[in-house]
Design a protein around this ligand. Sequence first.
Ligand SMILES: [Zn+2]
Ligand SMILES: [Zn+2]
Length: 419
Amino acid sequence: MLTKEELFSFIEKEKQAIFQRGETFFHCAELGFKEVGTAKKITDLLDEWGVSFQKEVGVTGVIATIGRGDGYHIAFVADIDALPRKDGMGNIHSCGHSIQTTMALSVLKALKDSEIMEQTDCRASFFFTPGEEYIDFKYRDELIAAGKLEFRSGKQNMIALGCFDGVDCVLSAHANGDEGTKFDVGSTLAGFMAKKAVFIGRAAHSGAAPHLGRNTLHGASLAMNAISFLKDQFAPEKGLRLNPVLTECGGSVNVIPDRTVLETYVRANDNETLFEACKRVDSCLEHCAKALELECFITNTTGYLPLKQSEKLNKTVRENMLLFCGPEEIVENPVSGASGDVGDLSFLIPTIQFGFSGIKGRFHDDSFEVSDYENCYLTSAKIMLGTIYDLLKEKGARAYPKEYKQRKKDYLCMLRRKD
Ligand SMILES: [Zn+2]
Ligand SMILES: [Zn+2]
């Protein structure tokens, strides 16, 4: 088997082509499930390199696999979608997903050219996943209505389609906004659930006979009080965030309101807190409605689950980072309030997402720019490649998802639930 150094040389050799691909993908910015040009560029390269793939998976996703064995199956997940520009002039890769796409292709090509997979019974699959940014709902809901998608996010659809069945671990990387450091390892991502409560009461004349009405605004404001008291019952490190707003207040001043809509996101750093908080918020809403003889209809829309990283895999990732930088340049276990659908994968399969710096400007803003090409495109790809190398070689570093089947069942059940 090749040494790790020899494997890294396959990235180094391609340096100029990799930088060029990085630029090409950065300037091909398309919104979720519209990444037709990006997918075409990916499949053109795969064709050129003689790598087999599936395309149009969950509308615009691409999956390419290297290796034929039935041993350990490693997944590298790379987002491919972009965001709308703030100035209205098209789209921009202001979350750096084009870097992930470029990185995945670099790692894939190095594995292919080095023929390293042929010396093992393992496989490496590259998932180019659409629609990670949770935006553009009108278009996505149309695709759902037309039966082309089941959920609003790329990875959620790929999970439902069974694309991750048989995968042993998920590797991913995302640009971070840290300056002065090179990488981060073990970051959290918050999970969230969108909740909508419709209070239904009875209208009446607010002057002549208010006692004949049942005021839904009273029910909603009672529930908002209960929800704000509830926050006190969760420890701060659980990251619970509840910010209810009244999106429909109803009525005019001479009428007792008979319909009020309260909406909130429930955010938390771990699944247990997220599920527990959802249950307790429902209980606040239902009981406050009941106390005032109102009806309350609650709808939940699952957003993304919190990211829970595999410590075992992160140990391997960190060791590979240390080949390129000192420990002081690695941020350990940062807490992030952002969310991503890689969190959903981490619920099912041992998953990691490391962060790499080298960005100028702000995320999700037109000022976003890649500034450190070496770190974003080369070193990050080598860290990923080194991690895969260790997983191929060292059985002890592997983490198998024993409960995948049951977890997937529970997960899809939760996503499909309509309360
Ligand atoms: Zn983003
Ligand atoms: Zn992102």
